[in-house]
Design a protein around this ligand. Structure first.
Ligand SMILES: [Ca+2]
Length: 176
């Protein structure tokens, strides 16, 4: 900050300065953008990966989870917006970092996991100073019972059958 006076002032000045007794000093603080947003998990720890698991039966509008990025700067340089970089048609990124279902998932499930990138950008007055961070989001889909192949719960790896075992005898049973 530089304050100038209309006349030279030094230590020997005895003259009473004329003019207004109040000096208006306009100080314009520059909005400094020192920090990039930092993604954090639900415990506030730094992260660059979020993992969510959902059923394939989720309805449109349903909340899946939320990402959050913190920015240590003050003012607009500390405000954050979220942008889905390669988000698919099934998901919507809300302004507050929430991820919701934009469109019902295909059933039976043809894809068991979706991945995309979310960018957090701060909003300094001078956009050329904008800083950003990125995080990966993985969403695993539980296909439920739709089109799922029977799963054998107690299938033994090997079964020993004696040569003398009668034909068409029951060797073991499985639950599916
Ligand atoms: Ca910032």
């Amino acid at each position: 900050m530089t304050v100038t006076t209309k006349q030279k002032i030094d230590a020997s000045t005895t003259e009473v300065l004329s003019g207004p007794t109040e000096v208006a000093v306009a100080i314009r603080l520059r909005d400094v953008n020192d920090n990039a947003p930092v993604f954090v998990d639900s415990n506030g720890n730094r992260t660059n990966r979020y993992h969510f698991e959902i059923s394939n039966e989720v309805a449109q509008g349903q909340l899946i989870g939320r990402v959050a990025a913190l920015d240590m700067d003050r003012g607009d340089a500390g405000k954050v917006e979220y942008v889905g970089i390669n988000i698919t048609e099934f998901f919507k990124l809300e302004e507050d970092g929430s991820i919701t279902i934009a469109k019902a998932l295909p059933r039976p499930s043809t894809v068991l996991a979706y991945s995309f990138v979310i960018e957090a950008r701060d909003l300094p007055a001078n956009r050329s100073e904008q800083r950003h961070s990125m995080a990966n989001v993985d969403i695993a889909i539980d296909p439920g019972t739709d089109g799922r192949l029977p799963r054998f719960n107690n299938l033994p790896k090997t079964v020993a059958v004696s040569e003398s075992f009668p034909r068409l005898s029951l060797v073991f049973t499985v639950d599916a």
